[in-house]
Design a binder for this molecule. Structure first.
Ligand SMILES: [Zn+2]
Length: 247
C-alpha cells in the first residue's frame, strides 16, 4: 500500500469511528435532541450547509409551492456569500439555525473554552436578521460532551436527527430514492437531515434534494403527517436577542 493510500485509509477509518462515536441518532452524550414528541404526527425537515446559489433558491421555490416550512442550519461563510437568501428564508417563515462559522470538525473536538467557531456563525446570521439563533447543529454531526457543554452554556439547543439521508453524496443520489428512504425511516416526531448546499461553495447546483422534498412531502401528508419547523416541533423559541461578542 502506498503512503498516500495508507493515509486515505487512515482518514476513512478516523471518519467512520468519529461518526459512530459522535453522531446521531445513537450518541451526543445527552446533548443532542434527535426528534420531537412521538405521539403526534408532526415532523421537521432540516437543511445544512447553505445558503448557495442556485441550489437554495430552487429548494425555497419548491417549498413555497408545497407550502412547507423547514429549518436551515446555515454556515457563516455561506451566509456572507448570500445574505439576501438568508433574509428570504427568514421572511418566508423558515427557521434559521447556526451550523458554525466555517464547518471545521476540529473546533468541536478541541478541549477548552474557545467558541469562536460558534460565535462566528451566530454573528453572520445576527447581522442579517437582527436576532441570534437558538438552535445549533455541529458540522459533520460530530458532538463531543465538552462541545455540548460549551453550546449549552452559550444558550443553544443542539439539534441532531433521526432520519439521515445521503443527499450530500457526489454525484447526487436520485431524489426519488432519497424520498423513499426517508419515508421508510419516518416516525412521528422525526427530524430529517438534508443539505441545501455545500460548505464554502458560493455557486452550487443541487437538484436531487429538491426532488426528494417534492416527493416526500405529499407521501407523508397522505399519511396524516404535518411539516413544522424545529421550533414548532419542540415548542421552544428559535431566536433570542443579539449579544455583544468579541471574537
Ligand atoms: Zn454540514
Amino acid at each position: 500500500m502506498s503512503s498516500l493510500n495508507l493515509k486515505q485509509t487512515a482518514i476513512k477509518a478516523f471518519d467512520a469511528a468519529g461518526t459512530k462515536l459522535l453522531s446521531p441518532p445513537m450518541n451526543g452524550f445527552g446533548y443532542f435532541i434527535n426528534h420531537g414528541p412521538r405521539n403526534k404526527r408532526k415532523v421537521a425537515l432540516t437543511f445544512d450547509d447553505g445558503p448557495s446559489r442556485p441550489a437554495t433558491e430552487h429548494l425555497l421555490e419548491a417549498m413555497r409551492k408545497l407550502d412547507v416550512k423547514g429549518t436551515f442550519f446555515c454556515l457563516g461563510v455561506n451566509v456572507r456569500y448570500h445574505p439576501d437568501l438568508l433574509l428570504q428564508m427568514y421572511q418566508e417563515g423558515h427557521v434559521i439555525g447556526n451550523h458554525s462559522g466555517w464547518h471545521s470538525r476540529k473546533t468541536g473536538l478541541m478541549l477548552g473554552s474557545d467558541i469562536r467557531h460558534i460565535l462566528d456563525g451566530e454573528q453572520a446570521i445576527a447581522e442579517v436578521l437582527g436576532v441570534r439563533p437558538c438552535f445549533y447543529r455541529p458540522p459533520w454531526g460530530w458532538l463531543t460532551p465538552w462541545e455540548g457543554k460549551r453550546l449549552t452554556k452559550a444558550g443553544y439547543k443542539v439539534i441532531g436527527w433521526d432520519v439521515y439521508t445521503l443527499d450530500w453524496v457526489i454525484p447526487e443520489v436520485d431524489g426519488i430514492t432519497l424520498a423513499r428512504d426517508a419515508y421508510r425511516d419516518t416516525k412521528p416526531g422525526s427530524i430529517y437531515c438534508f443539505h441545501d448546499a455545500k460548505p464554502w461553495e458560493k455557486q452550487w447546483v443541487k437538484t436531487e434534494t429538491t426532488r426528494a422534498i417534492q416527493a416526500l412531502v405529499p407521501m407523508l401528508r397522505e399519511q396524516g403527517y404535518e411539516f413544522v419547523t424545529v421550533a414548532e416541533l419542540l415548542d421552544v423559541p428559535a431566536y433570542a436577542a443579539t449579544r455583544e461578542v468579541s471574537t
